[in-house]
Design a protein around this ligand. Structure first.
Ligand code: SF4
Ligand code: SF4
Ligand code: SF4
Length: 251
């Protein structure tokens, strides 16, 4: 249960109501190919999703949003916007700093009543090796605008990737980079497209303009990376697509 306005209603009820009246719902500036669905979305997802909102209710991190009525055929279907809230792959960081599953299966797929989201074991090896058709998308790192590649600093994406050392490597395996030097590299054969890297990357326009950034990103930007990010942005003008590491969807 969650409080919306002055009434105590479920998030699912709220989502349905908001979709019906269409107030305050903004259609994100996605092209269809850029839409990131929750993990396990089958290829005929649009036909199988009954718009029930159960995946959104089950997500422990509020990572799932729903399209509003201005979205046409996509109305009331779930998506993930990594720059607002990535998919955490139902993991949390333990006291030792390591990430651990919080559930046996990814929660959104576990509760989906139609199989539009497949049930997926919350296991690193399983997630690293998902078939292409069940991934959310893939990450792409632009070395030209990456602080680690340009200034030998940062590495936040590598450190925070839930599939660290599989999807995101400390350095490309086939380039002569000395051990101990951090040059993040995406292995797209294992990346699931969760968007954590894009969310955490300090090189993002939103770091300059958005008030909705959470405290982690504000701190990163303000105290660690501000000068370097400004330098990169000044160098790039309006040409660059931020963040330095981006995720594209597959549906
Ligand atoms: S896998 Fe977990 S964190 Fe990711 S969208 Fe599904 S319920 Fe949310
Ligand atoms: S590389 Fe990025 S999108 Fe891919 S699994 Fe890691 S954090 Fe998620
Ligand atoms: S978080 Fe962004 S700037 Fe930092 S190493 Fe990763 S891609 Fe580069």
């Amino acid at each position: 249960m969650a409080l919306y306005g002055k009434s105590l209603i479920t998030r699912r009820d709220f989502m349905k109501f908001a979709g019906i009246v269409g107030m305050g719902i903004v259609f994100p500036a996605f092209h269809l190919g850029d839409i990131i669905r929750p993990p396990g979305a089958v290829s005929d997802f649009l036909a199988m999703c009954i718009r029930c909102g159960q995946c959104m209710e089950a997500c422990p991190y509020d990572s799932i949003f729903f399209f509003g009525i201005t979205a046409g055929a996509l109305v009331h279907t779930p998506y993930i916007n990594p720059l607002r809230s990535p998919c955490y792959l139902c993991q949390e960081r333990g006291p030792d700093g390591k990430k651990r599953p919080v559930s046996t299966y990814l929660r959104c797929g576990e509760v989906c009543p139609t199989g539009a989201l497949r049930r997926i074991a919350n296991d690193k090896e399983v997630l690293c090796n998902l078939p292409d058709e069940l991934r959310m998308g893939r990450a792409f790192l632009n070395r030209e605008f990456c602080i680690a590649w340009q200034f030998n600093f940062c590495g936040e994406c590598y450190l925070n990737c839930p599939l660290k050392d599989r999807a995101l490597l400390a350095r490309p395996p086939d380039e002569p980079i000395p051990a101990g030097v951090l040059r993040p590299h995406v292995d797209i054969s294992h990346c699931v497209g969760c968007g954590m890297c894009a969310y955490i990357c300090p090189v993002r326009k939103q770091a300059t303009f958005s008030r909705t950034l959470n405290r982690v990103n504000q701190d990163l930007f303000q105290f660690k990376y501000r000068a370097l990010v400004r330098s990169l942005l000044a160098r790039s003008g309006e040409q660059v697509r931020l963040p330095a590491i981006r995720v594209t969807g597959r549906l």
